[in-house]
Write a protein that binds this ligand. Sequence first.
Ligand code: UD1
Length: 420
Amino acid sequence: MDSLLIRGGVPLYGDVQISGSKNSTLPIMAAALLTAEKCVIRRVPALSDVHFMASIIASLGAEVKVEPGCVTIQAAKIKPHGDYELIRKMRGSICILGPLLARLRRARVSLPGGCVIGTRPIDLHLKGMRELGAEIPIRNGYVCAVAKRLQGREIFMGGRSGPTVLGTDNVMMAATLAEGVTVIHSAACEPEVVDLANFLNAMGARITGAGSPTITIVGVKALHGVEWEVIPDRIEAATYAVAAAASGGEVNLLGARADHLSAVTDKLREAGVKVERNGAIINVKRGSRLKSVDVTTQPYAGFPTDVQAQMMALMCLVPGMSIITERIFESRFTHAAEMGRLGADISIEGPSAIIKGGKPLSGAPVMASDLRASAALVIAGLSARGETKVNRIYHLDRGYEDIDGKLRKLGARVERVPGE
Ligand code: UD1
């Protein structure tokens, strides 16, 4: 397996182009299953998760073409079940359930397993689709959904940890072709949900309220093909912003959406980082002295759980104590122990990590356990003295387009080492 060799201590300077959003692209690709016509999706990032989703959709019988920056899908004739192993491996693939149910009135997908950041249940997805009229027994590890008809309803989608992003997506997609009106209460408000709703509306759906906790979907008879450009990846942008602050340089984020990044930029400013918007460019520069801040992750528009690990890396470098509380996923602190190998002082107390920052970090071999944890280890490695080897970087390739190339362009000494 490839690893990333980082020789730290070099501030990042320059421009970085922000890619299309992974978390928008995956459900939008799934939504293309709702029509027999061709959908062309642009600004698609080159990521292994996108290739994975393309293979899953192809295994359902659709024609899928992946080109640089663009995916074309034509689901003229599809079947209700795809490759079990492929679907089981990628959690994001659960979002094919809603489109399959809407289009074919039946679907069979493997039950996604837990992952290192928590148990990741899908009870809310199933609850929403059952309320639309589907019967969904779980048999031998499969979610088997059947519906004679889908009937619009008022559905409450809030869970123990708040709304669900892919659950909202799934029910919204299923409801586009249901009879009557569906109202989703306690819907996720993430920009990726809005992007999906806009894509569906461009296909002929009638959705209002996306981006708010109440989404209304008036069912239509059929959807049609469309060309679409996904939104920029706010998590990738936030990762480079934090990396710029941590390394002590100055980076221009090109093509990022400042309005999607308010919680992150506000927290960075509180920590003393200079963040300025200049048209379509966000300039991020480390101030003369940074200070520690506390962070609590929340559903959008709160601080994203997907930037929690990166922020922890930054707080390790800042003198003082910082408390980072994770409210979305229960076990999302696996990076803390690995950062300890670099010399960070982090202790975990329930849902909170207590970081005593300002101790000098020095390079070490570390092992990434999930996507954002890997990004955090890269940020820590860029700021540490000496050499850090981040092993198992396939996680990074799932979610960061050309991360080593982009970092090198910013002046980082980063090298991809092919695995044995
Ligand atoms: C999406 C993102 C992921 C991000 C997460 C939270 C994609 C492909 N992934 O994941 O990067 O970290 O949103 O912003 O877009 N929950 C339930 N029951 C359910 C579903 C979820 O209890 O049926 C819980 C989860 O365990 C978690 C919380 O709800 O505690 C939020 O999870 P959810 O928003 O569903 O995450 P995903 O949509 O899977």
